[in-house]
Design a protein. Structure first.
Length: 516
């Protein structure tokens, strides 16, 4: 047996060490975003010169005691929806929910992170309110306890401005591209409904007290458990009898499920999550003109609440119909969906009009809808294209997407099941005539998918995301390109939509055009 050369082992060892220190990919998590905001605000709160002078005399200070009460002046809202402020010591951040910039807040310390010098707190009361705070806007008796909403105390205009700022910060902090390549972010397009908009809620209850998850003894509840949503900063479920951001049908479902649980709670030996999903039935009716019916047809709608995740739900976006299993994904704010899809359609049309004046420009005739789900974009945008392909990893989703295309009389679309990382193996379209729509889950696109997208090189990309931070990360890859691939993209526009009023979440649409 031949001996390995020591030099080679040392070289390989060095390589292994270098590989070991590769930075993990930004995951877009709540904590990662919060830490970035804290780091930035801390850099503004500390005087570098003064800090250098006192560095040698600096004394390690204890972390704030758990459950201690503190007073903190709020500096800014984090992109997570929580507020951040600083108290003594000056470089220690306090994360405070339900607070606004400029306010003096009394809060209770829940837990502290020694490494990153911040404490999570519970809101107690406002000592000095912001002029932008309006308690009269609050419509929920559980606000400032339930973790669902953050901004019911603020005017809707302020919420929309905040969400534009979230998009700006996401691209500044996580896209890793020069600031001057990022277009200005348009004003956030608001939801026609600010309350009563959510077509899906999933309240839950925890298992019997003192019983583990498996509950081998099958112990049951002695009294009805709290049934609702998570209390802020805890893993406890609090009892919630009504949720005003839900539609009327969903709120009625919450009441009826509560009544059912009150009778049946003793039959449960573990916790459960209950699905509440609105479904719509439309019936055509004649529209009256004066006292006489006309040939013009409208419709009456009946809304019901489905609790069986396998039952079929029906949604309408303008005149388009979508059927899905109630437990599957579909956008949860129908009131803003027509504005959302029309914006994308109008912008594609405008791009094509501008491109048609280019001497050798090919027409944009093909659509690829990645992560297509039940076919929302494939169907809503099909009239703009000669051919459309929807792709999803779920064969069940593909089945319902094809059914929805049939219901909407869309005959220029087909749907295929494939993993996202091998998506483009099944696409034979000319890339110069193709637009790709991306609407991934919150974690964004994996690197294999982005690599394949760049190699395929469609002329236009539309990236839709419910997590603008992972969107910014992925768009940065498309703008910078990858090794051994000449294709890269220019970020043309950024537009936010408010799918979740009263919360810190924002939907973002990015349009990109091929540059190489």
């Amino acid at each position: 047996m031949s001996k390995r050369k020591p030099e080679k082992r040392a070289e390989n060892s060095t390589k292994r060490q270098k590989r070991a220190v590769v930075q993990p990919r930004f995951d877009g998590s709540h904590e990662a975003v919060l830490l970035r905001d804290i780091k930035y605000l801390r850099s503004l709160a500390i005087d570098p010169k003064k800090d250098e002078q006192n560095d040698e005399a600096a004394v390690a200070l204890d972390l704030p005691a758990k459950l201690s009460e503190i007073e903190v002046r709020i500096s800014e809202l984090s992109s997570t929806g929580d507020a951040i402020g600083f108290a003594e010591p000056k470089d220690h951040a306090f994360v405070v929910p339900f607070a606004l910039p400029g306010e003096l807040i009394k809060a209770k310390v829940v837990r502290s992170d020694e490494e990153h010098k911040y404490s999570i707190t519970d809101f107690i009361e406002v000592l000095e309110p912001s002029p932008r705070r309006d308690a009269g806007l609050i419509k929920c008796s559980y606000f400032a306890k339930c973790s669902g909403c953050q901004f019911q105390m603020t005017p809707y205009e302020d919420q929309l401005n905040f969400k534009r700022t979230v998009i700006e910060k996401a691209y500044r902090n996580f896209s890793d591209v020069p600031i001057d390549t990022i277009p200005s972010v348009s004003d956030t397009i608001g939801s026609p409904l600010q309350f009563g908009y959510r077509t899906k809620l999933t309240p839950h209850f925890d298992g019997p007290p003192g019983v583990g998850f498996k509950n081998k003894k099958k112990e049951t509840f002695k009294t009805m458990p709290p049934f609702g949503f998570m209390q802020k900063n805890t893993r406890w479920t609090i009892d919630i009898e009504d949720c005003p951001i839900g539609t009327d049908a969903v709120r009625a479902g919450l009441r009826s499920e509560r009544e059912r649980l009150a009778k049946e709670f003793a039959s449960y030996s573990r916790g459960a999550t209950i699905l509440l999903r609105e479904s719509t039935e439309r019936k055509p009716v004649s529209i009256l003109k004066g006292d006489a019916p006309s040939s013009e047809l409208g419709y009456d709608e009946t809304k019901t609440c489905i609790t069986n995740s396998n039952a079929m739900s029906t949604e309408y976006v303008d005149s388009h119909i979508f059927t899905n299993p109630a437990g599957s994904f579909f956008q949860n704010n129908n009131s803003v969906l027509p504005l959302f899809t029309q914006y994308i359609s109008d912008r594609i049309t405008k791009i094509e009009e501008e491109h048609s004046h280019e001497p050798l420009g090919k027409p944009l005739v093909n659509l690829v809808d990645a992560y297509c789900g039940s076919g929302l974009f494939t169907i809503m945008l099909s009239s703009l294209f000669k051919s459309s392909i929807g792709v999803d990893i779920s064969e069940a989703s593909i089945k319902y997407a094809a059914k929805n295309a049939e219901l909407n009389k869309v005959d220029n679309a087909k749907f295929i099941a494939a993993t996202a990382s091998r998506l483009f193996e099944a696409i034979s379209f000319d890339p110069e005539e193709t637009l790709v729509v991306i609407d991934p889950p919150r974690k964004g696109c994996d690197e294999d998918f982005l690599r394949q997208l760049l190699r395929f090189g469609p002329r236009q990309v539309v990236y839709v995301s419910c997590n603008v931070h992972t969107q910014a990360r992925d768009v940065g890859v498309l703008v910078k390109g990858i090794e051994a691939c000449p294709t890269h993209y220019k970020l043309d526009s950024l537009q936010g939509f408010d799918f979740f009023p009263q919360t810190g979440h924002v939907e973002s649409v990015a349009f990109l055009s091929k540059q190489g």
